[in-house]
Design a protein around this ligand. Structure first.
Ligand code: GRG
Length: 293
């Protein structure tokens, strides 16, 4: 298997889905839809939709995973747009371009984020209307991941932690598990649901996502401390500058690299119990820790 080519193929499917399922930039009000498309279509690794599509491919998928994959990327992108706002991280650069509020204005960026979040659930309702019981389960897992106890709760604790001199390792874990891992977990679970995964398999997918999410966040912290802005496509060194507690600040670079490896290994162990050809997902998880080793 050529991992890079396979990733590109999944990524392209996700890009086409995003382009097709998000209202055109001329849809009224054009400025809002332009801002949504600007935020969504201007780059991004597409890790989450790729995970959904690849997980569905472990099975002979019963339901088309593309609308679910697009919905999850819409939620992820809304969280980035809002995170970049002046009232949160106040950032100028995202995905190698001016942030949405810099390109448009603050109110438009706020509304574009709101609309992307809402669109996610419109897409699910629209595309899976023929399978209401199943669609309700999918809606539930995605809403839980994006809700006040997970993604938004993680962001809230992150903002609270910034105001303290030092966050504890426990607080940091809560932030990582919810702000970062929740959406990665649900990307895998949504793929499993599209494939008709059993409850045991969904639990294994959740564990895979939890460990992959933690590895991903540690890698993100390491890259923030070691890579430059041009490579990242977003402002580098922000965490240290803000005096933010990160895994790197608490434990140092070497321990962080080791932890990323351990979490990737735990993700691989959880993946092993799943059916189908896992070569692509195995390589993807492996590549995570490899970004900083
Ligand atoms: C505003 C509710 C709300 C949440 C914001 C996503 C987020 C939560 C904050 C962004 C800052 C950050 C470091 C989050 C951790 C997760 C993370 C590394 C997100 C970036 O994901 P990538 O690297 O981004 O997959 P691309 O642009 O490739 O999609």
């Amino acid at each position: 298997m050529d991992f890079a080519a396979q990733f590109q193929a999944y990524r392209q499917r996700a890009e086409q889905g995003l382009d097709r399922l998000v209202p055109s930039g001329t849809t009224r009000p054009a400025r809002l839809h332009e801002a949504m498309r600007y935020a969504l279509l201007g780059g991004g690794k597409r890790l989450r939709p790729v995970l959904t599509l690849a997980t569905a491919d472990l099975y002979a998928a019963r339901y088309d995973p593309l609308p679910a994959a697009v919905a999850i990327e819409c939620i992820h992108t809304y969280s980035l747009v809002h995170d970049d706002l002046p009232c949160m991280d106040n950032d100028d650069l995202r995905r190698g371009r001016p942030t949405t509020h810099r390109q448009f204005d603050e109110a438009t960026a706020l509304l574009a984020g709101d609309a992307l979040l809402t669109l996610a659930f419109q897409l699910i309702a629209r595309h899976y209307a023929g399978h209401p019981v199943w669609a309700s389960a999918l809606t539930g897992v995605i809403a839980d991941a994006a809700g006040s106890e997970r993604l938004i709760g993680g962001q809230m604790e992150d903002l609270l932690a910034e105001k303290k001199a030092d966050a504890t390792a426990g607080e940091l874990e809560f932030i990582h598990l919810n702000k970062t891992a929740a959406m990665i977990e649900v990307a895998l679970v949504a793929g499993g649901l599209c494939g008709g995964a059993t409850d045991t398999q969904l639990t294994a997918l959740r564990a895979t996502g939890r460990h992959l999410g933690l590895a991903f966040q540690i890698v993100d912290d390491i890259l923030d401390a070691t890579a430059d802005t041009a490579t990242l496509g977003k402002t580098a060194g922000k965490d240290a500058k803000a005096g933010k507690t990160t895994y790197v600040k608490l434990h140092g670079l070497d321990a962080s690299r080791k932890f990323a490896r351990q979490q990737s290994d735990a993700a691989l162990a959880a993946l092993r119990s799943l059916p189908g050809d896992k070569a692509f997902l195995t390589a993807l998880i492996d590549s995570m820790a490899g970004r900083v080793n």
